[in-house]
Design a protein around this ligand. Structure first.
Ligand SMILES: [Zn+2]
Length: 204
């Protein structure tokens, strides 16, 4: 099987609980420590086998990291791992996951090589909001319900509000609406995407 390692949690000694996103499932499995076992790193794509256990989680075996050349770039890896962590939290109670999420990671992993990784994850997140029907492009503030002007503040899950209501920096409304409705950041500056990235880190 193949999947992306969303999360690795150390448990007693050197064993760990591993969460993997495969095309249709989110798999939680157990990895026994063994000196000869290859290391399991969050964010990597993994080829693996599962050995079912009657009493506990399936055991992870015969693992092999499937590389992407950009994984050795520390900055890119960190942005990727943050995105994995957010996705793991978001899907934590989901067992049968829609193929959409796996395909999205496949596409993102390909784009990371040559594109700005912050743009890639922001665009992916806009696609997630759209896919889940959580994209709110209404022209009213989600806090006070009042009409929005040209400047808006952006909150968690990219909900939009009056800058004063949400206590965030003012951003140009049209630019943000364009980004959310097209899942493209091409018209946004590097400082704008950094600002949106920090909002993304607050959680899906
Ligand atoms: Zn308001």
């Amino acid at each position: 099987m193949q999947g992306y390692i969303l999360k690795v949690q150390k448990v007693r000694d050197e064993d760990c609980l591993v969460t993997i996103l495969s095309p249709n499932k989110q798999i939680k499995c157990y990895r026994f420590y063994g000196a000869r076992h290859p290391i399991i790193t969050q964010g990597f794509k993994l080829d693996f086998e599962l050995v079912e256990s009657k009493t506990f989680l399936p055991h992870l075996r015969s693992t092999m990291h499937l590389g992407f050349s950009w994984l050795i770039d520390r900055d890119k890896l960190l942005i990727w791992q943050n995105f994995m962590r957010l996705l793991a939290d978001h899907l934590r109670d989901v067992e049968d996951s829609d193929e959409f999420y796996y395909n999205l990671l496949e596409n993102c992993a390909k784009k990371f090589h040559r594109q700005n990784p912050i743009r890639v994850v922001l665009e992916a997140y806009a696609m997630i909001l759209q896919f889940e029907g959580r994209l709110h492009l209404d022209m009213s503030c989600f806090i006070c319900d009042g009409k929005l002007g040209d400047e808006i503040g952006v909150g968690r899950a990219f909900l939009i509000a009056h800058p004063a209501c949400i206590g965030k920096n003012a951003l140009n409304k049209d630019s943000i609406i364009r980004f959310l409705s097209t899942s493209s950041t091409a018209h946004l500056s590097d400082s704008q995407i950094k600002e949106l990235y920090f909002i993304l880190l607050e959680g899906f």
